[in-house]
Ligand binder design. Structure first.
Ligand SMILES: Nc1nc2c(ncn2[C@@H]2O[C@H](COP(=O)(O)OP(=O)(O)OP(=O)(O)O)[C@@H](O)[C@H]2O)c(=O)[nH]1
Ligand SMILES: [Mg+2]
Ligand SMILES: [Zn+2]
Length: 306
């Protein structure tokens, strides 16, 4: 029987079959993702084959269907291991807050690079607008201009006050969407604002001051009545990038990608080469210094800082 993985706790998976029946499943056998060692062989969004067990609504996952794409990150402690956040995505949004907690530009860029590398269209949702000072709103406009000019859709919301929600909802129609971001940025609060019946557990005020505390502990897919689905995930503290060669990194920065064919050398690393079109654009301010800093940071392997 074919089914869709809608929830994953790490050891148990909830699988929804085409007939709309939900099964609690365990995995049987070995599942591999290319040559990458993953902590979770099966992820939310995966299509799998299941075989029902003797108990009602219990089954085993026997086969993993090929993925269209996925978002993956290096595990924080086990450097050889990777974690698949979700699979078969139409788009991925990073929920960003500029205070409580702070999301750095480096973190945003690592998320966008990962999405580019794994062929998932990405965008940014700036949350907690109700907390922004005038100065904060100005910084926000700078960020928004920067990322929209590169081609990433940006949204501004207050999940708590339920402002700006309609525009996000419209963007989700008929698509499978991953929601990611640091713990406490308001991912579950936002999804509750979009889908009230989801009734996801959200943090209390004291929770987010402690970045180590996660309110959401497993990934879960929630269907939208108007078509499509949205995936809530546990907060991530660090976003380690795996599996990207230094030589291909520039391709995952769209503003570099569109200029690098003008570099004098075809194997230009865009670091100190003469006639580098990317460096020229950085000097002219056509490529933002923060984006270029992120490029250098990932290039040199300083890629796990939050
Ligand atoms: N002021 C304000 N607070 C918000 C907003 N959205 C969420 N919060 C608060 O931020 C805290 C964390 O919200 P959650 O939705 O649990 O955050 P999360 O991103 O799901 O966190 P994890 O599940 O730990 O990854 C809660 O206290 C929310 O009430 C907002 O728009 N404005
Ligand atoms: Mg949550
Ligand atoms: Zn170059």
């Amino acid at each position: 029987m074919k089914g869709l993985v809608t929830k994953s706790t790490g050891s148990w998976y909830q699988v929804l079959t085409d007939e709309g029946k939900a099964y609690d499943c365990r995995i049987k056998g070995k599942f591999r993702t290319k040559d990458i060692q993953t902590t979770n062989p099966v992820a939310v969004g995966d299509w799998v084959e299941i075989e029902p067990e003797n108990e009602p609504n219990v089954a085993v996952i026997t086969l993993l269907h090929e993925r269209k794409n996925y978002i993956i990150r290096k595990s924080v402690n086990l450097s050889k291991q990777a974690q698949i956040l979700a699979a078969n995505l139409d788009q991925a949004f990073l929920v960003v807050t500029l205070a409580s907690p702070y999301t750095s530009l480096g973190f945003i860029d690592r998320f966008l690079v990962t999405a580019e590398a794994y062929d998932v269209p990405a965008g940014l949702i700036f949350n907690k607008l109700d907390l922004f000072s005038d100065e904060g709103l100005e910084i926000l406009q700078d960020y928004r201009l920067l990322y929209e000019s590169i081609g990433y859709p940006c949204f501004e919301v207050s999940a708590l006050r339920k402002t700006g929600i309609e525009a996000v909802s419209a963007q989700l129609k008929d698509k499978v969407t991953l929601i990611s971001g640091h713990s406490g940025v308001g991912k579950s609060t936002l999804i509750n604002a979009i889908v009230p019946r989801a009734d996801l557990r959200t943090g209390t005020i004291s929770d987010w001051s402690d970045k180590g505390k996660h309110t959401t502990t497993f990934a879960e897919m929630i269907g939208l009545t108007y078509g499509g689905s949205i995936i809530d995930t546990p907060g991530i503290r660090e976003l380690g990038i795996i599996d990207i060669e230094q030589q291909e990194l520039g391709h995952y920065f769209p503003e570099m990608r569109e200029r690098m064919h003008n570099c004098r050398f075809s194997n230009c690393r865009h670091i100190n080469e003469p006639g580098c079109a990317v460096l020229e654009a950085v000097e002219d301010g056509d490529i933002s210094a923060s984006r270029y800093d992120s490029y250098l940071s990932i290039y040199h392997g300083n890629d796990t800082r939050s």
